[in-house]
Design a protein around this ligand. Structure first.
Ligand code: SAH
Ligand code: SF4
Length: 390
């Protein structure tokens, strides 16, 4: 199987952009929209729950199939609103089955969403911002200048369109079934590890997680949603209280001096504060651990001493350790640690009781691996420009 790129030729109708998409609205906001269309108050609750189910259980994209809603109301809804997801610019399928979508938002800005299938699960990696205001020295997303928060609808919309494309709605057939897992649900896990720092877009990400985990809707349990943060310490306890998903921390260094360089937000909230917030995260147990991500950079943070210090640092926290081979991007000032060194590092971590910690890079051929997001689209844009007739 070779990597393939599909350029979606169908532009959205011009009028669609003028109408609001209902995707991402919570129940109270939906009730307001219905009120504006003249739905009497006593009917609103029921209508909201019907809409909710069509939108989030069935994933329909057309009001007209909502057969339990009166025809006139369906027509009114269609006249004023859409069920649109962000527009897909390209869909790429890696040789390992990883899929990456480049999406265009209403204002023309672009983000990426990645789907990583495994035998018994499928993980969707979603973005929370266009770009990122932080400048972690090993991350390509951080080099992008234009930054804005995604709306709740744009975040939930990433899950919806991934489900559309992999046929993950009841009774749906995937348009391209290559590499999909054998599970009943194709998206079993969601990780906020795409573009952006999710805790800098707290409210929208929280509201999107509430919709994603709603038991009468998308039904992705909070146990299967993981938010990854570079360490916005004051927001961590708030996230625990208000959202309560699983947590991943982009640690990458065990000494403040080095972490200041790799993850500059560490100057504001150093390791001590970060680990204290982790220790206090609600509900931690052996079954609910914090994941610590550690990118392996050659000669920078990959020594056996670092591994030992890492184990010591996490001693009293229910933790998982994820060693991530550095994924290179054009102009990156680092190299990936040698495989032999990663194994030595992993051995120390394994001996301390952490199981299989090396995350194998997925979708490298389509630049879908951690920290590579956006570069592919920039490159692709350049090649498209070159290929375009003068
Ligand atoms: N901003 C959040 C979430 C997005 S980054 C955060 O930093 O946690 C998702 C993960 O990919 C983070 O652990 C990040 O440190 C890691 N990452 C970034 N660039 C990478 C690269 N080039 N190679 C491997 N991992 C990278
Ligand atoms: Fe932003 Fe995360 Fe990249 Fe750092 S690693 S620049 S926080 S996306």
């Amino acid at each position: 199987m070779t990597a393939t790129t599909l350029i979606d030729p169908a532009p959205q109708p011009a009028t669609a952009a003028l109408k609001e998409s209902l995707i991402g609205l919570g129940r109270p906001a939906l009730a307001e929209r219905l009120a504006a269309l003249g739905v009497p108050e006593r009917q609103r609750r029921m209508r909201v729950s019907q809409l909710w189910s069509w939108m989030y259980v069935r994933g329909v994209t057309d009001f007209d199939v909502m057969t339990d809603i009166a025809k006139e109301l369906r027509a009114e809804l269609a006249a004023h609103y859409t069920l649109a997801r962000p527009e897909i610019v390209t869909e790429q399928v890696s040789v390992d089955g990883t899929r990456k979508w480049l999406l265009r938002l209403d204002d023309g800005k672009e983000v990426e969403t990645v789907y990583i299938p495994e035998e018994d699960r499928g993980t969707l990696c979603i973005s929370s911002q266009v770009g990122c205001t932080l400048n972690c020295s090993f991350c390509h997303t951080g080099t992008q200048r234009l930054v804005r928060n995604l709306t709740t609808g744009e975040i939930v919309g990433q899950i919806m369109l991934a489900r559309d494309r992999i046929g993950d709605w009841p009774g749906a057939v995937p348009p391209d079934p290559r590499g999909l897992p054998d599970t009943e649900r194709k998206i079993t896990n969601v990780v906020l590890m795409g573009m952006g720092e999710p805790l800098y877009n707290f409210d929208n990400v929280r509201d999107a997680c509430a919709i994603a985990s709603d038991g009468e809707g998308l039904s992705i349990s909070k146990r299967r949603i993981t938010l990854s943060t570079s360490g916005i310490v004051p927001e961590i306890p708030r996230w625990g209280e208000e959202a309560g998903t699983m947590l991943a921390i982009s640690l990458h260094a065990v000494r403040d001096e080095l972490r200041n360089e790799l993850v500059p937000i560490n100057k504001k909230w150093p390791l001590k504060d970060l680990l204290e917030a982790c220790r206090a995260y609600p509900g931690l147990s052996n079954a609910k651990r914090i994941t610590f991500e550690y990118v392996m950079l050659k000669g920078v943070n990959d020594s056996v001493e670092d591994a030992k210090a890492l184990v010591r640092l996490l001693a009293k926290i229910p933790a998982k350790i994820n060693l991530i081979p550095f994924n290179p991007w054009p102009g990156a000032p680092y190299e990936c640690a040698d495989w032999e060194q990663i194994e030595k590092f992993a051995e120390v971590v394994n001996r301390a009781g952490y199981a299989s910690p090396v995350r194998s890079p997925r979708g490298r051929d389509i630049m879908a691996a951690c920290g590579q997001l956006k570069s592919a689209s920039l490159k692709q844009r350049a090649s498209e420009r070159l290929a375009a007739p003068a």
